[in-house]
Design a protein around this ligand. Sequence first.
Ligand code: 8X3
Length: 259
Amino acid sequence: MVKLNDNRVLITGASAGIGAACARAFAEQGAKLLLIARRGDRLRELSDQLTRDHKTECLCVEFDLRQHLSIPSMLEQVPDEWRAIDVLVNNAGLARGVAKLHEGDLDDWDEMIDVNVKALLAVSRTVIPWMLKRQAGHVINIGSIAGHEAYPGGNVYCATKFAVRALSRGMKMDLTGTPIRVTSIDPGLVETEFSKVRFKGDTERAKLPYKGIIPLTGEDIAEAVVWSAMRPAHVNITEMVIFPTAQSSSTLVHREEKA
Ligand code: 8X3
């Protein structure tokens, strides 16, 4: 088993949801965290809490990953010791809207493609060479069931997650013959701010995907991420699809009516 204490873990989109849960789970294992997110106040709150609870060493970088062309220079500015990244969790991602493709909003599409695909590429393009230099590292991409099957209104979001899946496979192939591991963790319905973002703050509508089911939590996914990272060095968990028990595909969900 790989021990994570004193490992350096970079997590994108770390201020909430799956990203924040991963930060907590890695902190519990004694890792040092490089946390990147747009909401600096939330990041600092999280890092204060982790420092208090686990004595975690955290470096917080407030950065909007939509600025994907500036990602290499942002990362090159972190202190040298933070280039020794053992685990990169490419978590940042979002969905905007459920409009039919022919009624979709081009700005929404840009935002999803910029963050879900281009930012993941730019972060990986910068960090993987650091890993190769040290001949150590693990890239864990947070994909989605939306990268396995499209669903009505999912069009561009699903396309970005199909892209993430292709990139995970491509990275694994390009890193063949090196010790660098690549994992894709692909969840179904996880209750986070995801739905609120997708429905642009309409909280009532945002609750509907989770109605009548016990959805996954960020912690459920973080456990799988940390478990993958802790496998022995010769074991590469390549792809893991995680559903709530009530879900069997993007569109097949059993909902219990509440009285
Ligand atoms: C999130 C899961 O089913 O809303 O990636 O697309 S789903």
